[in-house]
Design a protein around this ligand. Structure first.
Ligand code: HEC
Ligand code: HEC
Ligand code: HEC
Ligand code: HEC
Ligand code: HEC
Ligand code: HEC
Ligand code: HEC
Ligand code: HEC
Length: 444
């Protein structure tokens, strides 16, 4: 395994071509087990056999809709055929869980967070059919072609899913699916970034050094099992946490418990802080009317996972593209993000045009104010050439830093004020007042 580590170093030094090939052929000669693919000759044995050694996983799995489905989705649907694993386990000395033999045993069964494992059943092709003959751990696209997002039998014109059991079709084009390249291509990524950008990082088993997931070897962005537990779960439908807690565990400006929302800091993704109106830099708290209405108010998924799969009058399923549907963008018969709650039946003013106007009006106003502040602030900062690391800062510099942090909070929330129009107004009003003060300070 030391060899693999050397190969990684070579990638870093650009010598990978020559040595990478040599390593691959050597591995072929020494072992028939390809990690995370079912071993050659493995056959299906059924979940009763797995139960003998994995009682807890079995009992947790029994509580899931998978186990209760008409044709149960068994262990081997996701872990691949298990006969070689079972035979190996029966003849392996398990006394030392950290031994090389136990590590080899683990490699005889597939354990992967790859969304393709779910996609083999939760996706359709252009004819509306599901995949056949897929083996977990292998490449789904080699045996199955996903429906074209322009296919209007499968998708609405907005790109949201129309047919049941198509979560993978939606997810695959979402930014969650691509969250890993975002950081690896950003150039300033650190190990901690993976906690919100990579599911294999979050569910790694670090018992063996070779299996530790790093920036170099992470493979997946945010996959299905980041949010859904395959065996047992805290919340419906098979969610690891209640939906709101799940979203705000990453969509928060307080980065893994650190609080970068301080004077001078650039705030990132403070959706939670904006929606809940959480106080920062001395502002008064100001929850959005949506968050404040605990009984009927929407949570993140109400607007970002609209129920675009309409099965019948009572049943529908949520989109996994995470894109909001603005009421006037919805096609005939397509649910949008607002009218499920703000229907014309409740209030005749709730026409698609009016609701869209509300959103666009808030966004245009917010965007305009942010642009105006930036147009004044940024040239001042450039002109003054302040040292951000200075120990003693002038009042003018501190004021400019405060304005920057306030505005970056509104920018990084991503909704241009819509998540909480009142709070966005409070924040921008404060920034505008401070900008007037800044002009006075600089003139002095
Ligand atoms: C004879 C006992 C035995 C049987 C039967 C058995 N396993 Fe295992 N399995 C083990 C042991 C021991 C390990 C390694 C320690 C651990 O991870 O719990 C393991 C590990 C695993 C892992 C983790 C692999 C990894 O990479 O960490 C999975 C997944 C798994 N087994 C699935 C199954 C499935 C599915 C079946 C039924 C087809 C099954 N096992 C049957 C003993 C068994
Ligand atoms: C819907 C797919 C799915 C089904 C069905 C499923 N698993 Fe898993 N299992 C996974 C995934 C994905 C992981 C890795 C992520 C995780 O640990 O949650 C995993 C992890 C495991 C592990 C390793 C746990 C650990 O902490 O490292 C074991 C053991 C296991 N499964 C056994 C089973 C057994 C036994 C069954 C049947 C009773 C089963 N699984 C059914 C998808 C599934
Ligand atoms: C072999 C096919 C198959 C595989 C593999 C599979 N599923 Fe499913 N899944 C189903 C079926 C069929 C149902 C519907 C069960 C029912 O409610 O009748 C289902 C139901 C679900 C539900 C619950 C829906 C509800 O309404 O409560 C969730 C969540 C889910 N799957 C997630 C996953 C995830 C995540 C994976 C991958 C780790 C996965 N599935 C892998 C076939 C599969
Ligand atoms: C594990 C962390 C994590 C969790 C949990 C999470 N997100 Fe995300 N989300 C991200 C990251 C990271 C991105 C940006 C990915 C990128 O651009 O590469 C993102 C992007 C998004 C986007 C932008 C989509 C687009 O295409 O413009 C929306 C909307 C979103 N998430 C909503 C949600 C909702 C709703 C939930 C809860 C159901 C949720 N997220 C749960 C980390 C997470
Ligand atoms: C607390 C969770 C979390 C951590 C830690 C995290 N991110 Fe993100 N990241 C997100 C979320 C959520 C988004 C989606 C923001 C949006 O859609 O506006 C995102 C989006 C991004 C984007 C897309 C551009 C943007 O701002 O919309 C980049 C680039 C990025 N992150 C880089 C990083 C880097 C580099 C690190 C480590 C230094 C990191 N992230 C750490 C949650 C996190
Ligand atoms: C009442 C509906 C609603 C609720 C609730 C809501 N959002 Fe949004 N969100 C929007 C709208 C509308 C936009 C702007 C979308 C646009 O302009 O296309 C947006 C924008 C975003 C964006 C930026 C999208 C992008 O493409 O970059 C992210 C990320 C996001 N919201 C995440 C969240 C999270 C996390 C929560 C929960 C804390 C949440 N939202 C709650 C309606 C909502
Ligand atoms: C960022 C978190 C997140 C990810 C990633 C995610 N889901 Fe979901 N999923 C949810 C939430 C939240 C719901 C409940 C939505 C609702 O009804 O409000 C849900 C609902 C479902 C359902 C139940 C159908 C319904 O809407 O009632 C299925 C099945 C499902 N997801 C499968 C998948 C599959 C398969 C993947 C990967 C391709 C996946 N999910 C990825 C958060 C996620
Ligand atoms: C899950 C239901 C739900 C969804 C989805 C939802 N809302 Fe609301 N909305 C509410 C409730 C409940 C209130 C009332 C808050 C109160 O007055 O207590 C509200 C209040 C409002 C208000 C008035 C706020 C104020 O200042 O009093 C506006 C405007 C609004 N919503 C627009 C939207 C738009 C636009 C969307 C779609 C992007 C949307 N809502 C999605 C439930 C929802």
């Amino acid at each position: 395994m030391r060899r693999k580590f050397i190969a990684l170093l070579l990638v870093a030094t650009g010598l990978v071509l020559v040595f990478g090939v040599a390593t691959a052929s050597e591995t072929e000669q020494t072992s028939t087990v390809v990690p995370n693919q079912p071993p050659d000759g493995a056959e299906y044995v059924g979940e009763q056999t797995c139960f003998q050694c994995h009682g807890q996983s079995y009992r947790d799995w029994q509580q899931t809709p998978h186990a209760m489905a008409e044709e149960p989705v068994g262990c081997e649907s996701c872990h691949g055929p298990g006969s070689v694993h079972v035979e190996t386990a029966q003849s392996t000395d398990l006394s030392d869980p950290n031994s090389e033999t136990v590590r080899e045993l683990r490699q005889t069964i597939v354990k992967t967070v790859d969304a393709a494992v779910c996609g083999q059943c939760h996706a359709v092709n252009d004819a509306g059919e599901r995949s056949a003959g897929y083996l977990p751990g292998t490449d789904l696209s080699a045996v199955f072609t996903l429906a074209d997002p322009a296919n209007e039998d499968v998708f609405w014109p907005t790109g949201h899913e129309k047919l049941p059991g198509t979560q993978y079709n939606g997810w695959v084009v979402s930014r969650h699916a691509n969250a890993l390249p975002t950081i690896t291509e950003a150039g300033f990524a650190r190990e901690e970034c993976l906690a919100c950008h990579s599911t294999d990082f979050n569910f790694q088993n670090p018992t063996f050094e070779q299996d530790v997931v790093t920036l170099e070897n992470a493979q997946f962005g945010i996959t299905c099992v980041q949010c859904h537990s395959p065996h047992g779960a805290l919340a419906e439908p098979q969610l690891r946490f209640e939906a709101y807690d799940l979203c705000v565990s990453c969509h928060t400006g307080t980065d893994l418990g650190n609080n970068p929302i301080r004077v001078g800091g650039t705030v990132h993704h403070p959706m939670r802080e904006m929606f809940e109106g959480i106080s920062f830099l001395g502002l008064d708290p100001n929850p959005s009317p949506h968050f404040a209405n605990e009984a009927y108010g929407p949570i993140c998924s109400s607007c970002h996972m609209p129920q675009t799969v309409v099965i019948d009058e009572e049943n529908s399923a949520a989109s996994h593209t995470w894109l909001v549907i603005i009421p006037t963008d919805a096609a005939e018969g397509q649910p949008d993000s607002c009218t499920g709650c703000h229907s014309v039946e409740r209030n005749p003013d709730n026409t698609p045009e009016n609701l869209t106007f509300v959103i666009e009006d808030i966004q245009e106003d917010t965007m305009g104010r942010v642009e105006d502040i930036r147009a004044e602030l940024d040239p001042i900062v450039e002109e003054q050439g302040w040292d951000p690391e200075a120990e003693e800062k002038s009042e003018a510099q501190l004021t400019a830093e405060r304005i920057h942090t306030l505005v970056s909070f509104v920018e990084a929330d991503g909704s241009w004020g819509f998540h909480n129009p009142g709070y966005a107004d409070d924040i921008l009003s404060e920034a505008e007042d401070l900008l007037d003060e800044l002009f006075d300070l600089i003139e002095e």
